[in-house]
Design a protein around this ligand. Structure first.
Ligand code: IMP
Ligand code: MG
Length: 178
């Protein structure tokens, strides 16, 4: 299906599953190469990264752990507000090489906040691995070591990403039709 309807919006296919998986495999190979001899811990940021994390991890050949974390906003605070807490972290990160698995980096503010929250756990290193980056929308300088695909500023859904909770379960990625 080339066009889908989610609630009030129409989306058209923009990234096919085969092209996404090709880039996921490329990034996994880079991680396998860069972390050879190490045992990193992957931190997948829920909810959007669950499919990406599953595909990426099955291409990673290093002895590694994965844990799933969530950034919980306090009620009443706008989604752009900085008051967000990390929940679900159940691995001691002290001295560990951490790879953050994120679905999409848009303004970059969420990632900056995450990096800040991680400092207290004293990891050895923290690298960012993003499925998608919207470079034209970045509002902060971020060192994104691994990027599968760069995309324009349009809103997208699919392959784990949602519009108002829906649309995560498509294999391809779709872009909103304005
Ligand atoms: P940032 O803090 O602006 O980088 O926002 C990152 C978060 O916004 C992501 O983790 C997503 O949850 C959400 N987001 C940003 N752009 C999109 C999009 O195009 N589709 C779905 N979610 C998005
Ligand atoms: Mg996210």
């Amino acid at each position: 299906m080339q066009t889908i309807q989610i609630k009030d919006k129409t989306f058209t296919v923009s990234l096919k599953e085969a092209d996404i998986l090709k880039q996921v495999k490329r990034v996994a190979a880079e991680i396998n190469r860069d972390y050879a001899g190490e045992s990193p811990v992957f931190l997948a940021v829920l909810n959007g990264s669950f499919i990406f994390a599953a595909d990426l991890m099955r291409e990673v050949t290093l002895p590694s752990e994965i844990t799933f974390v969530k950034l919980a906003s306090y009620a009443g605070v706008s989604s752009t507000g900085a008051v967000k807490d990390l929940i679900g972290l159940n691995v001691d990160l002290k001295g560990r090489s951490v790879i953050i698995i994120e679905d999409i980096i848009d303004s970059g503010l969420t990632m900056v906040h995450l990096l800040d929250l991680f400092k207290q756990y004293e990891p050895k290193s923290v690298d960012i691995c993003a499925l998608l980056v919207k470079p034209d929308n970045l509002k902060v300088s971020l060192d994104i070591r691994y990027t599968c695909l760069e995309i324009p500023n349009d809103f997208i859904v699919g392959y784990g990403l949602d519009y108002d909770g829906f649309g995560r379960n498509t294999r391809d990625i779709y872009t909103v039709v304005e």
